[in-house]
Design a protein around this ligand. Structure first.
Ligand SMILES: Nc1nc2c(ncn2[C@@H]2O[C@H](COP(=O)(O)OP(=O)(O)OP(=O)(O)O)[C@@H](O)[C@H]2O)c(=O)[nH]1
Ligand SMILES: [Mg+2]
Length: 449
């Protein structure tokens, strides 16, 4: 599993349904009054912060999020149904950035221009539900679908007894919401108003790269794209001078945009260690994560997340472990992958110091440990008091075996227990995981959760 802490998605709210032009036909009345109902409002797209989610992985495979449009108004004063709100769940701590206007099918997303092809999000793009304008025409008493459009009758709201036959036509000129109506001949097709400047609220304007919001609290909601407004039907346009208004409003377009979502690595346990000590090997041994493993330093260049399940029959015990790029001396000043690395560790709750015998002679494990601690301290105060667990890896090797005793003795002086493990054979890893789990429980209790 490759951990994704950045993903780009397109959100598009539903368009407002068009208002209808229709006439009432009552018994003994040749031409009744206007009876065209209103179009429904388009659905909003809402981002919801969800504590159940740990990664943005789901969104990686679902890039397009379109709320359904409102239905057009019908005859007999029937109003079109509104489009439902579309909720997009994101993990806690997700930062939402604006990446440009929504693009149509096959169009190049605006953010692609300055990205290398490698960074292009992959995944299946899901085609929108209810996109575009649905329209129902009623011709000579029979309901037919408008050309090229799927239709669904609007919900009945008027008294059906009084209405014998409905004729649904299109307005001569579709007026944008808020405009006054003037003359014109009836035409068959509606023109969609963009309505951009006539939303209920002023359209928000962002520059590319702007931070729109940080979603930090569980259940926090952000209406990121507002649905278009439904147009009013011709029932609204009857006046003393015009008893047969043949106009209605078009629905306005829903908002749409590209977003970049970023999540700082939210891992329970962060593995800290010099390059090549076996961090990636360990995470692939205890989880289903499959990071690259190499007999050379800096194999891992992007953080890897592994979800570790511990055995237990009463309740589920899962923790997220992060394998992050190797820490080097000077990381706190940004050397190596320094800041990047430390930024990812910031939100972890327990640190696992991984030590291993080094092929370089004369390197001392405890000096490594102190150096790592020093880098953490210099980066900032956030690691102070965070529980640590120290493990010695590669005990399946002779060098590893030889180091266990001396390291354990030295650590005992500091009151730190040592967990000797082999990420390759699995020896000692169960005990280590249990120890990490206990520290997490303590950390939770300390925070009162
Ligand atoms: N014998 C032995 N070799 C191990 C063990 N764990 C890891 N190794 C080897 O050590 C080398 C480095 O392992 P990685 O897991 O890539 O180390 P890393 O800490 O992720 O390294 P970077 O990503 O470069 O920071 C690889 O050749 C592994 O096969 C172990 O328990 N025993
Ligand atoms: Mg690695």
């Amino acid at each position: 599993m490759r951990f994704i802490d950045r993903v780009r998605i397109q959100v598009r709210a539903g368009d407002g349904g068009d208002g209808a032009v229709a006439w009432r036909r009552e018994a003994h009345v040749p031409k009744g009054g206007p009876a065209g109902g209103d179009g429904g409002d388009g659905g909003d797209v809402v981002l919801v912060a969800d504590a159940q989610l740990a990664t943005l992985l789901d969104l990686k495979y679902r890039q397009h999020h379109h709320a359904p449009s409102g239905r057009p108004g019908g005859g007999a004063g029937k109003n079109g149904r509104g489009g439902e709100t579309l909720e997009v769940h994101v993990p806690l701590g997700t930062a939402v950035y604006y990446e440009g206007e929504a693009t149509g099918h096959g169009e190049r997303p605006p953010w692609l221009d300055d990205e290398t092809p490698d960074e292009t999000p992959e995944g299946i793009s899901v085609e929108p539900d209810g996109e575009g304008m649905d329209n129902v025409w009623i011709v000579d008493g029979e309901e037919v679908e408008a050309p090229g459009q799927a239709g669904e009758p609007a919900e009945a709201e008027a008294d059906p007894e009084r209405v014998e036959l409905i004729e649904l036509g299109a307005p001569a000129e579709v007026v944008a919401i808020g405009e006054t109506i003037s003359g014109g001949a009836q035409r068959r097709h509606m023109r969609r108003g963009t309505g951009r400047s006539r939303r209920r609220e002023e359209p928000r304007s962002y520059e590319r790269g702007d931070l729109i919001c940080d979603l930090d609290a569980d259940g926090e909601r952000l209406t990121i794209a507002r649905g278009g407004r439904g147009g009013r039907g011709n029932v609204h346009f009857r006046s003393s001078t015009n008893r047969a208004p043949d106009r209605a409003e078009a629905g306005t377009e829903g908002e749409g945009m590209w977003l970049r979502l970023e999540l700082k690595l939210l891992a329970d346990v962060g593995i800290v260690g010099y390059p090549n000590v076996g961090k990636s090997t360990l995470i692939s041994a205890i989880s289903r994560a499959r990071p690259e493993i190499g007999a050379y330093p800096f194999t891992t260049l992007v953080p890897q997340l592994g979800v570790v399940s511990l055995p237990g029959d009463t309740y589920e015990r899962t923790m997220v472990v992060a394998d992050v790029p190797g820490l080097v001396d000077g990381a706190s000043e940004g050397r190596g992958l320094g800041h990047e690395f430390l930024r990812h560790l910031e939100r972890t709750r327990v640190l696992l110091h991984l030590l291993a015998p080094d092929p370089t002679p004369g390197r001392e494990l405890l000096r490594d440990l102190d150096a790592l601690e020093g880098e953490l301290r210099r980066y900032g105060p956030m690691f102070e008091g965070r529980p640590r667990v120290v493990a010695l890896n590669k005990i399946d090797t002779t060098e590893g075996q030889e180091l266990i005793k001396a390291t354990r003795r030295a650590l005992r002086k500091r009151n730190i227990p040592l967990f000797p493990i082999s990420a390759v054979t699995g020896e000692g890893t169960d005990a280590l995981l249990e120890a990490l789990w206990r520290r997490l429980q303590l950390a939770d209790r300390a925070r009162g959760t």
